[in-house]
Design a protein around this ligand. Structure first.
Ligand code: IVH
Length: 670
C-alpha cells in the first residue's frame, strides 16, 4: 500500500507541475495525449486504492486549472438527438408508425417524461465508479468534462448497491435551477460583474470551463433519463424500470414521469405539464415520449440521428410583443446583405432580445413590416429570435419604409441583387472588410481551424490595423505586432501564437470547410476530402471530377469550381499549403465519420502480452480504425507500446528506448 501511496503522490506532483507549465506559463513540455494518460493513470490508482477523496489531488482540487474542457473523448455508443414535433396530434403519427413496424394492433405502453432544457451529458461508469463525463459534442465525440463533473453534488462518483453492470453509459441533462440562476445574477449584479444571459448558458459554461465558479458547479443539477449497458447485465425489460434503477444507484430522476397507453393520456400529460411549466424551478421545452418496452425499442432501432422509439413534443415557444425601432443592414461572409431589426428590448424565457434577423427582403414583404410597427417575436426552437407578424401598424409614417441600401454599408461597393436566389449581395468580395472579417471568423472557428483566443474582436482589430489581408497572414503574425493591439498582453499574445501554431496540423476536411464555400458544411467537406485526399488535387479540380462525386448537387459543384477557378485564389492556396501541415481524414468505420485529433493517428504501435477482453486480431483492427499502425518489433520509430498480461521482452526494449507504455486499453474495447 505504501508503494502505491508513494506512486500516487509522485503522480499528483507531476500533474500539478504540468498544469503549472500549461496554464500559468503557457509552455507545456508534454503532449495533450501524454497529459491525458497521466490523468488516467492517476484516476485509476486513486480509485483502485481508494485515495480519491484527498484535497491535495489534482483530480479534486477546487478551482483547479486542469483544462479538461478542451480534451475530447468518444462516446461508447453514439449520443443521439430526438426527433421534434410541435403538436400533440403528431403523437398519433408516431404511434401509427411504431405499431406498423412492430406489427401490433393493441395499445402500446409509452413512458412520458419532461424535456429538460439543459445540456446532455454522458457519464461512463466502470465497475460502478465514474470513469468519464463527456458532453454530447457531435454525438460521437464530446468534450471530456470529468474534472468539472466530479464537483457536482448530483453526480455520484461511486454508484450505490450491487449488481451494477461492469461498464455503462448513463445519460441525462445538466441544468441549473432558475432560483439559483437568479441569485447568482443578483450577486453578480451587486459585485458589478457580467450578468449571465440564461440558465442554460450558466450550466454549459460552468460544466465546460474549469475556471468558472466552484459554487455554481456544486449547484449544477444532473437528471438522468436513460442508460446503456456496454458490458454486464441489468435484468430490466422496460424504460420505466430503468429510471427506477437509476434512482437506486443514487442518481436523480425527474419525478413527473408517467406511463400512458393512448393519445388521450399522452395529451393530458402534455397539457398538464404545459400549464405547470412556469411553476417549475427549471426550464423545460416540451415532453419526451418513449416506447417503454426495451425489446420494442431494439426492434425499432435508430435512424440517422434519432431513435425511432422516441420523439419530443415541444411546447410553443414563448412570444412577446415589442416595437421595431430601426433596421440595419449587415454584410455576411459570402457578401449577402441581411436586414436586422433593432427592437425595443424584451425578455423571452430568460434572454433579453434586442436584435432580430429579418433574413431577406422577401420576409419583410411577406409580413408587411415597416419601422415603428409593433410586432410579435418569439424564440423559435427557444433559441433564435424571429418576428412572427405585425400586430399594430405605426400610425405616423409611410409604409414600405425599409429600403435596401445601394452600397455596402462597410466597403461602399455596389450592392447587387442576384437573380438566382433573389438575395442582395455586396460586390466588394475580399476587398470588403465586412466580408473579410466574417471569412476570418469562420476560417479560425472551432469547427474549422479551431484557433482558441482568436475571437471576433481580435480579428476585427487585426483587419482594422491592416495586419492581415488573408488567412495566411495570421501565421506570420509576430509577438510585437500583437501586443500593440488594445488589451492584448504578452500572455494573451503568447497564447494566440501558440494556438495558431497548433492549428497548423489539420485534417483536410477542416481546411475545405474553413474556406466557407457556399453550401459546404462539414459533411460535404469530408466527402470532398475523402475523394481528393489532398489540397493540390482540389485546387486544380475540373467539373467532370465534381460530377462524379456521389452526394454532390450541381449548385454546390458549381460553387466549388468557381471558388478554385480563380487565379488569385491559387496563389493564396499555395501559400496556405506551405504554412499548414494538412493530413488526410481517417474514417472511423464504427461511426462512419472522420475522426479528428485521435491520439493513435499516425502512431506506430507495438503490442505485447495478451488481453482477456479482446483477441490480438481484434485489437489490431481497432488500432487501425483509429489511425494507428501496428508493427512487430521495437525500434526508435515506435511511438507506443500496448502492454497486456505476461508481457514479453519487447517491453524491456521499449523501456530502454523510453517508449510510452499503455496499460489501460478500455478506450479500445468498444
Ligand atoms: S432522450 C436517445 N429524454 O433533449 C434518446 N432527452 O433534443 C435521446 N433531453 O440531446 C435523449 N430531456 O439532451 C431524452 N427526458 C429526456 C430529455 C432529453 C431533455 C435532451 C437531450 C437530447 C435533447 C434532444
Amino acid at each position: 500500500m505504501e508503494f502505491y501511496k508513494n506512486k500516487v503522490f509522485k503522480l499528483r506532483q507531476k500533474i500539478l507541475y504540468h498544469n503549472y507549465l500549461y496554464h500559468t506559463l503557457y509552455a507545456p513540455v508534454i503532449s495533450d495525449e501524454k497529459y491525458d494518460s497521466l490523468i488516467r493513470e492517476l484516476q485509476i490508482l486513486e480509485e483502485k486504492y481508494n485515495l480519491l477523496i484527498n484535497t491535495h489531488s489534482p483530480m479534486q482540487k477546487i478551482g483547479s486549472a486542469i483544462q479538461s474542457g478542451c480534451r475530447s473523448f468518444f462516446h461508447l455508443t453514439p449520443m443521439l438527438s430526438l426527433d421534434n414535433t410541435f403538436n400533440i396530434s403528431d403523437y398519433l403519427k408516431f404511434e401509427k408508425k411504431t405499431k406498423n413496424i412492430l406489427n401490433i394492433k393493441d395499445s402500446i405502453e409509452i413512458c412520458c417524461e419532461l424535456k429538460i432544457d439543459g445540456l446532455a451529458l454522458n457519464l461512463i461508469y466502470k465497475e460502478g465508479k465514474l470513469f468519464k463525463a463527456v458532453t454530447r459534442g457531435d454525438g460521437k465525440f464530446g468534450e471530456d468534462v470529468t474534472n468539472n463533473a466530479i464537483r457536482m453534488n448530483t453526480i455520484p462518483l461511486v454508484l450505490r448497491g450491487d449488481n451494477i453492470p461492469y461498464l455503462m453509459e448513463i445519460r441525462g441533462e445538466v441544468f441549473i435551477k432558475n432560483s439559483d440562476f437568479l441569485s447568482f445574477n443578483q450577486e453578480s449584479g451587486i459585485k458589478k460583474e457580467k450578468l449571465f444571459s440564461n440558465p442554460r448558458n450558466v450550466a454549459a459554461g460552468s460544466l465546460r470551463h474549469n475556471r468558472s465558479s466552484t459554487i455554481i458547479k456544486r449547484k449544477l443539477m444532473f437528471y438522468a433519463y436513460g442508460y446503456n449497458v456496454i458490458k454486464g447485465k441489468d435484468g430490466v425489460s422496460n424504460h420505466f424500470d430503468k429510471l427506477q434503477i437509476l434512482k437506486k444507484w443514487g442518481l436523480l430522476i425527474d419525478n413527473h414521469t408517467v406511463l400512458c397507453s393512448n393519445v388521450k393520456e399522452v395529451s393530458l400529460f402534455y397539457h398538464k405539464i404545459e400549464k405547470k411549466r412556469s411553476l417549475l424551478d427549471f426550464n423545460i421545452d416540451g415532453i419526451v415520449i418513449k416506447i417503454n418496452s426495451i425489446k420494442f425499442q431494439k426492434i425499432l432501432g435508430i435512424s440517422n440521428r434519432f431513435p425511432i422509439w422516441a420523439i419530443a413534443i415541444k411546447f410553443k415557444s414563448f412570444e412577446k410583443i415589442t416595437k421595431v425601432l430601426r433596421v440595419d443592414f449587415q454584410t455576411g461572409r459570402t457578401g449577402i446583405i441581411t436586414p436586422v431589426a433593432r427592437v425595443k428590448p424584451v425578455e423571452i424565457s430568460g434572454v433579453i432580445i434586442s436584435n432580430v434577423s429579418l433574413h431577406s427582403k422577401n420576409q419583410i414583404d411577406k409580413i408587411g413590416l415597416s419601422i415603428g410597427d409593433d410586432v410579435t417575436i418569439c424564440r423559435s426552437g427557444d433559441v433564435i429570435p424571429k418576428i412572427i407578424n405585425v400586430v399594430k401598424l405605426n400610425t405616423n409614417s409611410k409604409r414600405n419604409n425599409i429600403i435596401f441600401p445601394k452600397n455596402c454599408p462597410i466597403c461602399m461597393y455596389k450592392i447587387i441583387q442576384k437573380k438566382k436566389d433573389g438575395h442582395f449581395y455586396c460586390s466588394g468580395g475580399f476587398n470588403c472588410d465586412g466580408q473579410r472579417k466574417k471569412a476570418f471568423y469562420h476560417f479560425f472557428s472551432k469547427k474549422a481551424l479551431n484557433v482558441q483566443g482568436l475571437g471576433c474582436k481580435l480579428i476585427d482589430m487585426l483587419v482594422d490595423n491592416n495586419y492581415v489581408k488573408n488567412p495566411v497572414d495570421f501565421f506570420k503574425l509576430k509577438m510585437n505586432e500583437l501586443i500593440k493591439l488594445d488589451r492584448v498582453g504578452i500572455k494573451l499574445a503568447k497564447n494566440i501564437l501558440q494556438s495558431l501554431n497548433k492549428s497548423r496540423s489539420v485534417v483536410l476536411s477542416k481546411v475545405i470547410y474553413a474556406f466557407g464555400i457556399c453550401g459546404i458544411g462539414l459533411t460535404t467537406a469530408i466527402l470532398l476530402s475523402n475523394y481528393f485526399k489532398n489540397l493540390k488535387k482540389l485546387i486544380y479540380v475540373n467539373k467532370s471530377d465534381l460530377f462524379k462525386i456521389k452526394g454532390l448537387g450541381p449548385t454546390v459543384s458549381e460553387n466549388i469550381f468557381n471558388f478554385f477557378h480563380n487565379k488569385n485564389k491559387i496563389k493564396f492556396l499555395r501559400d496556405l499549403e506551405k504554412e499548414l501541415n494538412i493530413y488526410p481524414d481517417v474514417t472511423d468505420r464504427r461511426f462512419n465519420i472522420v475522426n479528428k485529433n485521435i491520439f493513435l493517428y499516425n502512431k506506430i504501435i507495438v503490442i505485447t502480452g495478451f488481453f482477456n477482453e479482446i483477441s490480438r486480431r481484434q485489437l489490431i483492427k481497432k488500432i487501425e480504425y483509429l489511425g494507428g499502425q501496428v508493427v512487430n518489433s521495437i525500434s526508435k520509430k515506435v511511438n507506443l507500446i500496448i502492454v497486456g498480461k505476461n508481457p514479453g521482452l519487447k517491453l524491456m526494449r521499449a523501456k530502454n528506448l523510453k517508449i510510452e507504455e499503455i496499460y489501460n486499453i478500455d478506450f479500445l474495447l468498444h
